[in-house]
Design a binder for this molecule. Structure first.
Ligand SMILES: C[S@@+](CC[C@H](N)C(=O)[O-])C[C@H]1O[C@@H](n2cnc3c(N)ncnc32)[C@H](O)[C@@H]1O
Length: 198
C-alpha cells in the first residue's frame, strides 16, 4: 500500500498550474517516498536528492534522468523556482509522467519521509571517489545547490554516511548539478547490471 500525503509548500510552488499538464507528475509530487516498494522493505531504487536546487533546467534534466533510470527524485526546499517554470518543463520534456518526484519542505521533512539507511553527500571537497562505493537500492544520493554546493551544516548532518567526490582535473571547481547526478546514478545502476533496462 502506498502512503499518499500532501507535501507542504507544493501549492506555493505552482502545483496548481502543473496539474492539468502533467497529472501523473503531480500525483507523484504528492507521493510519500518509497512509493515503489511495499512498506517496511528496502526501496528497489536509488533516491536522488537535490537540496535547494536553484536552476530549473537542471531539475528538468534530472526529471528526465530519473524517468530513464527508474530512480526517485527528491527535491528539498526551499526551491529556487516555481515547479510550473517553463524551462523546467521543457528540460523534462514529456517525461514528467514517467518520473517519481517528491518535494519536501526542508531537509528534516525529507529525512522523516525517506528514512534512509545510507546517504552519500556529493561535494567536490571530499576525498573519497564516488567510484569506490558499492551502492545499494535505497541509498540516497544527495547533491547541493548550484551556486554554493552543500553547506557545512548539511555536510555535518547525522544522516550522512559519507562525503564523495567525482574526480576532475586540477583547478576545476565543480561539474554541473544534473551531470553530476546522472553520472553517479548511472554508476550505481551499472553496479546492479542496469537491472530492468532494455
Ligand atoms: C554546480 S555544483 C556546486 C558548485 C559549488 N561551487 C561547489 O563548489 O560545490 C552542484 C552540486 O553538484 C555536485 N558536484 C558537482 N561537481 C562535483 C564533484 N566534482 N564532486 C562531487 N560533487 C559534485 C555537488 O553535489 C554540488 O553541490
Amino acid at each position: 500500500m502506498s502512503v499518499l500525503r500532501r507535501v507542504p509548500e507544493i501549492d506555493s510552488h505552482g502545483l496548481a498550474g502543473l496539474l492539468p499538464i502533467c497529472p501523473h507528475f503531480s500525483t507523484a509530487l504528492l507521493a510519500h517516498a518509497g512509493i515503489n516498494s511495499p512498506p517496511g522493505t528496502v526501496p528497489r531504487v536509488f533516491r536522488v536528492m537535490f537540496h535547494e536546487p536553484r536552476i530549473p533546467p537542471n531539475t528538468g534534466n534530472a526529471i528526465r534522468m530519473v524517468a530513464g533510470t527508474g530512480c526517485e527524485l527528491h527535491l528539498v526546499g526551499p526551491l529556487g523556482f516555481d515547479l510550473s517554470e517553463p524551462k523546467l518543463k521543457r528540460a523534462g520534456l514529456d517525461y514528467h509522467d514517467l518520473a517519481t518526484v517528491t518535494v519536501h519542505e526542508n531537509l528534516t521533512a525529507a529525512w522523516e519521509a525517506v528514512t534512509p539507511a545510507r546517504v552519500f553527500a556529493f561535494t567536490a571537497h571530499a576525498t573519497t571517489s564516488y567510484a569506490d562505493i558499492a551502492y545499494q537500492p535505497g541509498d540516497v544520493l544527495l547533491f547541493g545547490p548550484e551556486p554554493t554546493g552543500l553547506s557545512e551544516e548539511v555536510l555535518a548532518d547525522e544522516h550522512i554516511t559519507e562525503r564523495l567526490r567525482i574526480p576532475m582535473l586540477p583547478g576545476r571547481r565543480s561539474l554541473n548539478l544534473s551531470n553530476a547526478a546522472a553520472l553517479v546514478t548511472y554508476e550505481a545502476w551499472r553496479q546492479h547490471g542496469f537491472k530492468g533496462a532494455v
